[in-house]
Write a protein that binds this ligand. Structure first.
Ligand SMILES: Cc1cc2nc3c(=O)[nH]c(=O)nc-3n(C[C@H](O)[C@H](O)[C@H](O)COP(=O)(O)O)c2cc1C
Length: 212
């Protein structure tokens, strides 16, 4: 466990990436697999991850992401895109997949399916999108840790115009909306103003409350 903490201390929100250094595909694949394996509410995985290596697409995104250099200097730009809504079709697809993969049909599970079908599709799309987006953030958190474990640098990014990114990646046509991005690459050493600065966190007692 202490190894994980060391890895988390090493990780930081990389401000400048080395554009000549690419993350090996097997590392990217392990990071993506970690995201696929992470938790999501009801196991619906209500988001997709786009791996943007295409330089033109990243050039198009950059001006709509506060001109942050990591968008083009990273080797792989992950874009987490949440479902724009929960539909009966999307819910059924996941529940059917579970039944298919497990080869069993469970009464409790089917009752749970009905409960979701009776609740989610009736809610407004914005509420459902917000719920799906929260699941995408769990994916980003998992990717952050997995990347650090691979000694790959990253920076979670909300600093962009989602409507523009949706347009560039044609996400709305797929029923998706961009939530957060995660450039993967390698720190540009001393070229990064943040690399040598202390990681600052509130003290434990201001963050954790133990109720015994
Ligand atoms: C959801 C989210 C969005 C963020 N957006 C940006 C961003 O657009 N640009 C950036 O440079 N850093 C961004 N950050 C990085 C945070 O500023 C950074 O994680 C925080 O200051 C803590 O520093 P550390 O990650 O280096 O420990 C974001 C972090 C999170 C979790």
């Amino acid at each position: 466990m202490s190894d994980l903490l060391e890895v988390l201390k090493w990780r930081y929100a990389t401000k400048k990436m080395e554009p000549t250094k690419a993350v090996p595909q097997e590392k990217v694949d392990r990071i993506l697999e970690a995201v696929r394996l992470t938790a999501s509410s009801s196991g619906l995985q209500p988001y997709e991850v786009f791996v943007v290596t295409n330089p033109e697409l990243r050039e198009q995104i950059k001006p709509h992401a506060w001109n942050q250099g990591q968008v083009t200097d990273c080797s792989h730009l992950l874009v987490f895109a949440a479902w724009d809504n929960y539909t009966a079709e999307r819910i059924n697809q996941m529940f059917d997949l579970v039944n298919e993969e497990r080869g069993i049909k469970n009464e409790g599970w089917e009752a749970y399916r009905q409960q979701l079908l009776n609740t989610y599709p009736q809610r407004d799309a914005e509420t459902n999108y917000a719920h799906a987006a929260r699941q995408a953030y769990i994916g980003v958190g998992t990717a952050l840790i997995a990347a650090a474990q691979e000694q790959v640098d990253s920076v979670p990014m909300e600093g962009f115009d989602p409507a523009k990114v949706d347009e560039i990646l044609k996400l709305r046509e797929r029923g998706l909306r961009s939530v957060v991005m995660l450039p993967l690459g390698y720190r540009a050493g001393d070229g990064d103003w943040l690399v040598n600065l202390k990681k600052v966190r509130r003290p434990r007692e201001q963050f954790i409350t133990e109720l015994k």
